[in-house]
Design a protein. Structure first.
Length: 66
């Protein structure tokens, strides 16, 4: 029997969508992602903005350094 331990996501991926096309894609820590998401919602009020949790393990070192 194996136990699964949930690891909280330390980063979030925020995307702005124009139909089925992503026009902005940004991954950052949760605090900055909330600010970025709010700014994108103001800037692109008529477009869909999504924010999804991302595990730091799933990110490459290059994405974390942005």
């Amino acid at each position: 029997m194996t136990e699964s331990i949930e690891i909280p996501a330390s980063h979030r991926r925020v995307r702005v969508w124009f139909g089925a096309t992503t026009i902005a894609d940004h991954t950052t820590d949760a605090d900055q992602a909330a600010q970025y998401e709010e700014a994108m919602r103001r800037r692109f009020a008529s477009l869909r903005v999504t924010s999804e949790p991302v595990l730091a393990d799933a990110l490459g070192a290059r994405e974390l350094s942005r």
